[in-house]
Unconditional design. Structure first.
Length: 192
């Protein structure tokens, strides 16, 4: 039995299909990949962090978006829906529909078993190529484990791991600090 190769899509074709679709998908190097559903713990951790950011940034020029915000990370390579996106400054879009951001300042991915390798690998590499991005987090909802990526003044990236529930994460690009306990509040009530 032979299988037919899947055609590659252009980013314009993807956007046309995605805008009409009922379910969300990502554009990954010419392929359209349906997004997996997250667990209750995944949703709670993402919501806790989004709420914490929204509270801290309400009097700033930054806007906090949930996973419904589409972000073009690299035209032709990756268009995705991060769990959290923060935009500080005027928005830039891929086209006049103004529904796909190209210049987030800060991003968060809450890891899931089916996507964690991609999130830590190729997606992480693409995020670091995004000129506007200053920091991003990869958050493991199963246990206290947060990877904090920070762009240095020379353009290189520094990564630190946070595994202490009693610590806090300083987000220099947003001018705020978030206790780890706030991110994982009530997470233990739900299966990982």
């Amino acid at each position: 039995m032979s299988t037919m190769p899947h055609p590659k899509f252009t980013q314009a074709e993807y956007l046309e299909l995605e805008r009409a679709a009922e379910r969300r998908s990502e554009f990954i190097d010419g392929e359209i990949v349906m997004m997996a559903c997250g667990s209750l713990r995944h949703s709670l951790v993402a919501n806790n962090l989004r709420t914490a950011l929204t509270r801290r940034l309400e009097d700033s020029p930054c806007d906090v978006f949930d996973s419904d915000a589409r972000v073009c990370v690299l035209w032709g390579k990756l268009i995705t829906y991060p769990d959290i996106s923060v935009l500080c400054g005027p928005p830039e879009f891929v086209d006049n529909r103004k529904d796909t951001l190209t210049n987030p300042t800060f991003l968060v991915e809450v890891l899931s078993p089916s996507t964690k390798d991609f999130d830590r690998g190729e997606k992480s590499l693409q995020y670091r190529r995004l000129p506007s991005l200053r920091e991003y987090l990869l958050v493991d909802p199963a246990s206290v484990n947060i990877e904090h990526y920070k762009r240095l003044p020379n353009g290189n990236w520094e990564v630190s791991e946070i595994r202490d529930a009693d610590s806090a994460i300083t987000l220099a690009c947003l001018g705020c600090e978030i206790p780890v306990t706030e991110i994982y509040r009530n997470a233990e009530k739900y299966p990982a």
